[in-house]
Design a protein around this ligand. Sequence first.
Ligand code: ADP
Ligand code: ADP
Length: 237
Amino acid sequence: MALVSLTDVTKTYPDPSNRKKQIAAIDGVSLDIQAGEIYGIIGYSGAGKSTLVRLINALESATSGSILVDGAEVTTMREGQLRKLRLGVGMIFQQFNLFNSKSVRANIAYPLKVAGVPRAERIRRVNELLAFVGLTEKARSFPDQLSGGQKQRVGIARALATSPRILLADEATSALDPETTHEVLGLLKKVNQELGITIIVITHEMDVIQQIATRVAVMENGRVIEDGEVYSVFSNP
Ligand code: ADP
Ligand code: ADP
């Protein structure tokens, strides 16, 4: 059984220029993401990628269709179940979304604090995560004292803090140069291989998908126009 399974999912918004009309940001999307894989979603700006992310982590509800995560139907979940679901989905972002007024270790500790994890356990976990992402020496630094690649390492550590099953990377390397991108993708591979976490990589960059994903869905105008193994999807002209 797939870990994430979308069947004929549609999400419409009122058209800002004509409130009586609807725009389909997602238009009949079906896809299956298997546990343990690195799955890419690629498309130009406006293709519907961010909307798809917000549907998968249940920040928004679908207009129609079915979304199963771990066999559970997300579209009919109540708030309590949704909160639990969101805890199982870590997120990293293009602009890192770190708290600039908090130290590296406090950034990583934040989700644990929100979850009510006791201080001693938080400190143990933060140290483990710092070691995993290679930032032990930067524990007391602040985000503006870090390079872009280091900031994203903090973002990854923070996303992993509550031990999610799924990591959603939304344009997570789009603000980084190619060398740093390669480095961060290497860390994501380690997250996948050593922790067994399923990773969904959303990007507009084919190179990123080719470096990291095994399967990919190509989105255009809210639809998946092609999907399958990366080598076969990208091999044809
Ligand atoms: P991508 O992430 O691939 O750039 P988006 O999911 O952000 O694409 O957007 C897909 C389409 O849905 C775009 O046409 C966008 O304008 C529209 N859209 C996204 N979010 C909203 C919203 N909250 N209200 C109205 N239209 C939206
Ligand atoms: P700062 O990291 O800026 O000194 P705090 O002392 O308030 O800020 O710590 C913020 C969070 O960082 C704490 O809630 C705790 O979980 C974590 N933390 C604090 N001290 C350590 C430590 N020695 N090692 C690892 N994490 C720590």
